[in-house]
Structure formats: C-alpha cells, structure tokens
Design a protein around this ligand. Structure first.
Ligand code: AQP
Length: 330
C-alpha cells in the first residue's frame, strides 16, 4: 500500500543542514515509494515578520533546493502553500474546533513568542498548528516525515482529525508521523541545547546549504565541544560532539562506532577538520545545483505551476466534502 505523504519547509531563510538531514534527505527516499506532496509553506513563514521581496526570492530558492537535493517533480506534487487557498480555508475551520489550551501547550509557540512575550505575539503564530493540520489533512495524508521538533504539531493534527470525524462524520484520515532515529534534531553549533535554526542570530550557529567552503570550515572549527577531548557518541553527557558526529554520520554513512574508531587517540581539532571536509564534499555539489536551478526561473515557475494545479484539484475535492459536512454555504 502506498502512503500519501505531506511535508513542508518554511521559506524563512536559506535552508540549513538540519532541514536537510531532518527532512529533505528522507523525502528523497520516500518519493520513490509513495505519493508525495512537498510544499513550500510561505503562509507559515509570515507568522513572524518577513520582508516581502526577500520572502518571494526565498520561495524560489527553497524550490531550487528541493530540486537540488533530488525531489523529482514528475513523481511528486511540489507547490507553494499560498497558491492553494483551500489550506487557509481549512486552517480556519480547524481553528474553530481547536482549543486554546491545546495551542498554548505547543512548545514552538512558547519558544518563538518568548522574546516579546506571548501576549505580544501574533495570533497567526498561535494558530499556526491548525494551519499545519489543514496542510496535512486536506490531502488525506497518511504519513508526515518531520524532524522531532514538529512531532507535537503532528500529534495535534491527529487530535483535530479525530475530533472533526466524531462531530461531523468520518472525513479525515488520521496521519502518522515519520521520524528518523538519528538526526531528527540537529543542534546549534554554538549551543547544543538549542536546535539548529534558520533564524538563529548567532553568526556561526547554523550551517546553511548555500554556505561557501570557507564559511563551512570556519563554522565547524569554531563549533563548541565538550570538556573531555574524546570523540565519543553520548548525546546525554557529550551533546556537542555527539551533534557533530551525527552530522558526520549523515555525510559519510559511517556508524558512530566507525567514527569513534577512526578518531581514537586524536583530538577534536582533527575530527572537526575532517568533518568540515566531509560537509564540503557533500554540500558543495548541492550548493552548485541550487545555483544552477536558480539560473532558470522560468522553468522553476513552470514546475511550481504544475504542482499548484494538481494540489488545487485535490484540495478542492476534499473541501467540497468538508464544507458540506459542516453545513457551510448553500
Ligand atoms: N535542527 C533541525 N534538525 C532536524 N530537523 C529540523 N527541521 C528544522 N530544523 C531542524 C525540520 O525541517 C523541516 C522544516 O522545518 P521548518 O523550516 O518549516 O520549520 P522550523 O522547524 O521552525 O525550522 P527552523 O530552521 O527552526 O526555522 P525558523 O528559524 O524560521 O523557525 C521540519 O520537518 C523540521 O522538523
């Protein structure tokens, strides 16, 4: 049985190695076997202030990144969220059945609103999980590949699907999250207690997919490590080096034991130097491909047009049922 998959990334900044390991790399495998909807979730991006021109540019850069990692447009539906308005329509409808207490418990809302305080945060940031639930449920999604920071939102999606089905009759499929074992959460290079984030303001915390070789070397060489200079995988006791080892594992396919053996008796300096070269080897060609796709914006837009048309058709078919079940319209 083929799964129906939905996943998306916000075009809030350039994508980083956490998005690559936690999401994109999985998508490339999944598309071989299942029906996939891969979305650029620009309406989620505006839950925090965005510069409109920069946002437009980043939507295309994100599309180029999807293609560069190996998403095949003929096999998947690749589209921009705001071009399928049924997402926001269903987002609103789900908001009417979501509870304030449920949304208040979302850790991402707590984290993102921490700066200015929850009372000053945008209502969109608060309601974001309902829109994410709509993104997923509108396509009868069965599987949602995400990094573990998004697990709580997928769980809320399941709750909302069940609640809707109970109140209005069987309408939505209850989806399952798909989380990989190692690399579900890549941490900041400067603070292993914080996840790597596009919007991190620390200059060397995030490895962007478009970073130059020099910048990759600089960021990795300056990354924080743990006190005991031993390359050993133990996320509890040695979170910083374990995070770097996770990146190493995803670049080379070597196991943690292999990596420990390779660097036995060597210091962090040697390990970091090698890690930087592995990242450059893996990410350099990816960066070149992103730039290549960006040279032909007409072709990029054609791919997004085709994805939009397929998504619109599927989303509208579902919304017809939803509106009827809820008694909306005439
Ligand atoms: N550090 C991470 N490690 C593993 N996976 C991650 N993802 C994000 N950060 C990591 C996964 O990437 C997908 C897209 O995430 P997103 O960009 O839509 O939202 P986010 O989680 O809010 O990402 P950022 O980088 O933290 O963005 P900003 O700073 O703009 O808020 C998801 O599957 C996510 O799990």
């Amino acid at each position: 049985m083929k799964d129906i998959v939905f996943s998306g990334i916000q075009p809030t900044h350039q994508l980083h190695i956490g998005n690559y390991i936690g999401a994109l790399k999985q998508w490339v495998h999944i598309q071989k076997e299942h029906h996939c909807n891969f979305c650029i979730v620009d309406e989620h991006a505006i839950t925090v202030p965005q510069d409109p021109k920069a946002l437009r540019d980043r939507i295309l850069t994100t599309a180029a990144t999807y293609l560069a990692v190996g998403i095949i447009p003929e096999k998947t539906t690749l589209f921009v969220q705001s071009e399928v308005p049924q997402h926001t329509e269903l987002g609103w409808l789900l908001m009417t059945i979501a509870k304030i207490g449920e949304l208040e418990r979302m850790t991402q809302f707590k984290d993102k609103s921490r700066k200015g305080g929850a009372a000053g945060a945008g209502v969109g940031l608060f309601g974001y999980p309902a829109l994410m639930a709509a993104d997923i449920l509108i396509y009868d999604t069965t599987l949602v590949p995400v990094g573990d920071d998004q697990l709580q939102h997928v769980e809320l999606t399941r709750v909302l699907a069940r609640r809707f089905n109970e109140r209005f009759g069987e309408t939505f499929v209850v989806p399952n999250p798909l989380i990989q074992k190692v690399g579900a959460r890549i941490m900041s290079l400067q603070d292993p207690a914080k996840k790597m984030s596009k919007s991190d303001t620390a200059e060397t915390a995030t490895l962007f997919l478009t970073d130059t070789d020099d910048s990759i070397r600089k960021k990795i060489m300056r990354s924080v490590t743990d006190s005991e200079a031993l390359v050993h995988y133990d996320p509890e006791k040695k979170p910083a080096v374990s995070n770097l080892m996770t990146i190493y594992h995803h670049m080379t396919g070597e196991t943690m034991k292999d990596i420990e053996k390779k660097f036995a008796g060597k210091g962090y300096g040697d390990f970091k130097k090698d890690l930087a070269e592995q990242v450059i080897q893996h990410m350099g060609p990816l960066r070149d491909k992103i730039n290549h796709y960006l040279t032909d914006k007409t072709e990029l837009k054609k791919i997004l047009d085709a994805g939009r048309d397929t998504a619109l058709k599927n989303a509208e078919a579902k919304m017809k049922v939803v509106r009827e079940r809820m008694g909306l319209g005439r």
